[in-house]
Design a protein around this ligand. Sequence first.
Ligand code: FAD
Ligand code: FES
Length: 268
Amino acid sequence: MPFLENGLVVGHTRVSEDIYELEFITPRIASECHPGQFVHIRPSLSSYHPLLRRPLSLYDVDKRLGSITVLYKVVGKGTHLLTRVRTKDYVDVMGPLGRGFTLPGTHKNVLLVGGGVGIAPLVYLARVLREEKCKVQVLHGTENQKQMVAFDKLRQIGVEFMPATADGSAGFKGLVTDLLYKKIDPAEIDFIYACGPEPMMELVAAFADQHGIPGEVSLEEHMACGVGACLGCARKLKAEDEEYVKVCKDGPVFSMDKVKLYKKINGR
Ligand SMILES: Cc1cc2nc3c(=O)[nH]c(=O)nc-3n(C[C@H](O)[C@H](O)[C@H](O)COP(=O)(O)OP(=O)(O)OC[C@H]3O[C@@H](n4cnc5c(N)ncnc54)[C@H](O)[C@@H]3O)c2cc1C
Ligand code: FES
């Protein structure tokens, strides 16, 4: 069940040119969080413009402290307003929302593939998978080394981390999906999770399908209510499906084999 809480901001850091890490204390929400779920945040307590909350993934959760951390990229009005929040301010948070990732069981070999800020939900997932004694490999693709913002957290969590950058400033030079196809031995992977641009997730899902590996993706849709009441996030998972799903309530996480992912950005 989702809660509404005013979260005391305990950290807000610009971690790259247009990417911020925001940590707040919301004990009730934090106590119920599962990886892959999201919180719905009002960009400003003092203004009703924009009116709608903005969905952000659980980047990290500390249930003992009751804190949640989100990682967000500034793309428009709402995220720009959020950058003005200061430590000791409060943010209006609703959550946890949505259906998160399925955990594969203990001692599994798991691969996480993130593109850009799509790494966000995979970091908290990595933490929980490590608690489940899974061996976790993380591939993260970004434009350059400066955007490789999850590196320290992932190292502290104890995963095997492989970066890919478009400009070659860190790790593999090229797309994270090229890294996947060139360097990952499918025989060693029990489960794959992906989050990022749909063309990237489409190639990850094709890799999983080729090798018979089960997996899940986290989808992004524009959202309004965030709780399944407005149809703002409705989409067909496959063109031939009769029914629409509500990404906010039925997802955002879906099994890779249930979704037809778009090959091009804005290709819908
Ligand atoms: C379940 C879920 C989890 C998300 N987790 C994160 C996260 O952890 N970190 C992060 O940086 N972003 C995340 N997003 C995307 C984030 O919600 C949007 O970037 C944000 O709402 C944009 O708000 P804005 O007011 O700044 O931009 P707007 O002014 O509303 O829009 C600016 C641009 O961003 C596009 N956009 C806005 N909302 C979305 C959306 N939901 N999906 C795709 N494009 C959008 C618009 O089409 C427009 O081009 C998530 C989205 C969903 C649905
Ligand atoms: S955002 Fe309202 S139904 Fe999903």
